[in-house]
Design a protein around this ligand. Sequence first.
Ligand code: NAP
Length: 539
Amino acid sequence: MPTLLCVPIMVLNPDEALDDALLARARGAEIVEYRVDGLFKGRDDQADVRAIESLVADSPLPCIITCRPAWEGGEYEGDEDARMALFEHLCGLDRPPNYIDIELAALERTPGAHARISRMFPPGSDRAPALILSVHDFDHRPGDLFKKLSALRSADAARVHKVAWRARSLRDNLELFELLRERDRPTIALGMGEFGLMSRVLAPKFGALLTFAALRTESATAPGQPTIDELLNLYRLRAIDRETRVFGVVGWPVAHSRSPHVHNAAFEAIEENAVYLPMPVPGSGGGWEHFKATLGALLDDARLDFSGCSVTIPHKEHLFRFAREDQSRDWLIDPIAQRIGAANTLVISREHRHSVHNTDAEGILAPLRARLGALQGRRVAILGAGGVARAGAVALADAGATVLIHTRTRPRGEALVAHVNELQGPHEGKASLAGPDDLRSCEVIINATPVGMTGAEDSASSPVAEEILSSLHETTIVFDTVYTPAITPLLRAASERGLTTIGGGEMFIAQAALQFRLWTGRDAPIALMARVLEETLPG
Ligand code: NAP
């Protein structure tokens, strides 16, 4: 049976809840969960049982009734006897709900609950409602998970199992998928929070009974719950099946990355059975260790069909190191990644060796070649000496350009110049440090700092002083690698002076298109990818 898309609705007002259920149906949900504990919020009397009855009777979609107690993260603070009585009443209705969710912990902490639940949900009965027996942990993977699983399995009344915990790393998803693979009855297994998104999107790949999506961003009933629009349109939930290959962007932070929009749209356009997800791996507190453990686990889980990823800040050097140090697999490091000493693309191959690449280099070269043709002998200034500057400096020097590095931190600039100049062929080193005045003699100026980027400290400023910009030759090309916003203060000032400009979006698409080709063996739908990027960017 295909995985159902369920929208949870916190019921504060039954009429509004029914309106939300109608909207959920219109947007593609197949089932709703009414969180009736919302009706008890801030009340010391009993909620109106008739209101819950009408909600079930008038529901435009099959429904789950949940009355989550405060001791399991819900709003219900009344006594257990009354809660069980509510469930008994619902079970006796002519038109009962399809499912009732009751916590495993209720069986353990409420005297007599076992017997009452067995009477409500006679084992072997296939009549509605069906019992969803659930386990939640809002902090982390339950320490006694195996004990809880065993208790779930021995509860004959349960027709569905639900296990949800706050995922603390991507690896939690792999264990949730294992639970789905080993299920002995319909199962829901979800990771809460940013790290758990993968479990929600890939639920159909592993045969989950359902996955939850919020109707609106603000109406999520669990941390990190995606919206129905994201699940259906960004991650294409309906297209995910057992065979779907899994890609993503590994980095920190990645929640706001545009790469999932761009790559998922491209996969859809060429009808590739693949999905691309944000894959958060923290960078602080042992970034290399986090990266190594996570990538190793993703690679080892054959049934995940993990097929490759983009790697961004702060893990590009970690990917390169992983490929160099990992003894248990056979790796190919492409020459430009080798020369840069960092990689941003991983390709996993079933037939050949796994490989790592640096497509940032192509992201910088392609837009320049499109304007200038050969880059041999061109004078190019790069502002900054970080990862993008290094990729650009090595790629440009390899293409025969003279590279001038302008940085605020001299030792970092010197280290980059030394790195480029110590490389052997195809072109011998051609980099040097530059002061602001040297920019005037350059044919190209590339900003590889975050200055001008939305959210950066100096988002309103330009990395090139006014007097320098106004003294540039009219044929100078100003290339800003920053792509949020699409038009940075530098690009605006340069185009006002009639200079040719290249935005970071063009670099982003050029490097993404090469990744796409490496993963699929097919040309990327570049115009579509550029349009999708533009639609998701501010200004
Ligand atoms: P990085 O490794 O952190 O390097 C940033 C560089 O910028 C460092 O040299 C840093 O100098 C310098 N810098 C930072 N703030 C500065 C300031 N206020 N004034 C002058 N210099 C400053 O970052 P990265 O990975 O190279 O990325 C650089 C930029 O490239 C990003 O901000 C992003 O916008 C852009 N980018 C674009 C794409 C794309 O596809 N278009 C892809 C990746 C990145 P210090 O050493 O002195 O701190």
